[in-house]
Ligand binder design. Structure first.
Ligand code: COA
Length: 329
């Protein structure tokens, strides 16, 4: 069950008008096509682990814990291709010695990591687990690609889970996870991995950047996120009336509206911060939950439906009844 939450945004705000000065785009286009007004970018030299440590510190404080038995980081932007970034984060949080590993499921990473954490707890391997979603997309975006540069922002969000009873507030419901590898090239960084290296050829400069087939991804995101959300409700035996709040991955405001309609939920359920932070990939859902818990949009006892979609393609969803949490801001 969920016992602590925290998040962290870098200081630098990048507005649509600022992007319009360097790209062939406009504030009007970005707001109407994506719902995004601004996003945050890490400072030069600031990396995923730096944001993750700040979010993790706040989640530990929120949980009133100074120890967990395992730490899972969901990210697409690890500090290095090798080793995983989670052990360094654990050490910097004073948790050296615990199990620590990364999960790569792009924007679905947080939900995949939640499920892995719940599994470690259910198996008795760990009593308390920290899950962090953190991404610094500003380091992998092609600065001249207007179709991706306007969408993504940097952030970290973290939660602490502990063993508990299914009827307690904060207990996670059944997990829905899925993937469609036939479409793995719709979201990709083509260079820098074993596929490119095994050719013995250096990658082209643009191959190191994130690429996305926007309109196709848009269609898959709507179908997969709504199907996963509906399935999670079915497995939890929830009807639409049991959902007080819907925390979907903040990809694009138009995607969020379509998913909400397909799942059959009223607009009052929708939690969103995409206008202020953009798509923050693995950080998206924990950052949203933390902000909403802090400003009162989420209250103890409310039924919360989570759903995410990302590269892979991957998707995942679950339910939980929101616990009484202290937030740290
Ligand atoms: N500014 C101005 N024009 C832009 C633009 C930008 N930032 N980005 C694309 N365009 C242009 C395109 O070049 C195209 O021009 P054309 O008609 O002359 O060829 C036109 O706008 C429409 O492009 P299209 O890609 O069809 O727009 P869209 O409405 O699908 O919006 C995305 C593009 C990327 C915003 C949208 O597809 C999207 O949000 N996709 C999903 C993204 C996502 O959530 N990914 C992560 C999933 S985890």
């Amino acid at each position: 069950m969920l016992t602590g939450i925290g998040s962290w945004l870098p200081e630098r705000v990048v507005t649509n008008d600022q992007l319009s000065q360097v790209l062939d785009t406009s504030d009007e286009w970005i707001r109407t096509r994506t719902g995004i007004s601004q996003r945050f970018h890490a400072a030069t030299g600031e990396s995923t682990s730096d944001l993750a440590v700040e979010a993790g510190r706040r989640a530990l404080k929120s949980a009133g814990d100074d120890h967990v038995d395992a730490l899972i980081l969901a990210t697409t932007t690890p500090d290095y291709p090798c080793p995983a970034t989670a052990p360094d984060i654990a050490a910097r949080l004073g948790l050296s010695g615990i199990a620590a590993f990364d999960i790569a499921a792009v924007c679905t990473g947080f939900v995949y990591a939640l499920s892995a954490a719940a599994g470690l707890i259910a198996a008795g391997t760990a009593e308390r687990v920290m899950v962090i979603g953190a991404d610094v997309y500003s380091t992998i975006l092609n600065p001249v690609d207007r179709s991706t540069a306007v969408i993504f922002g940097d952030a970290a969000g973290a939660v602490v889970l502990r063993a508990g009873r299914p009827d307690e507030l904060g207990a996670l419901g059944p997990m829905v996870l899925g993937s469609d590898g036939e479409n793995h090239r719709l979201i990709e960084i083509p260079g820098g991995g074993a596929r490119q290296r095994s050719n013995g050829q250096p990658s082209e400069p643009d191959d190191e950047y994130f690429r996305m087939a926007g309109p196709e991804v848009f269609r898959h995101a709507i179908v997969r996120m709504s199907e996963a959300a509906s399935r999670a409700m079915e497995l939890a035996r929830w009807l639409p009336g049991d959902v007080d709040r819907f925390a979907a991955h903040q990809a694009n405001a138009r995607i969020l509206t379509s998913v909400l309609e397909r799942v059959g939920l009223p607009a009052t359920c929708q939690l969103s911060n995409v206008a202020r932070v953009g798509n923050t990939s693995a950080a998206s859902i924990p950052l949203l939950l933390d902000e909403c818990a802090a400003d009162g949009r989420l209250e103890a006892g409310q039924g919360v439906l989570l759903s995410a979609f990302g590269g892979g393609l991957t998707w995942g969803a679950t339910t939980l009844r929101w616990p009484a949490l202290t937030t740290v801001h």
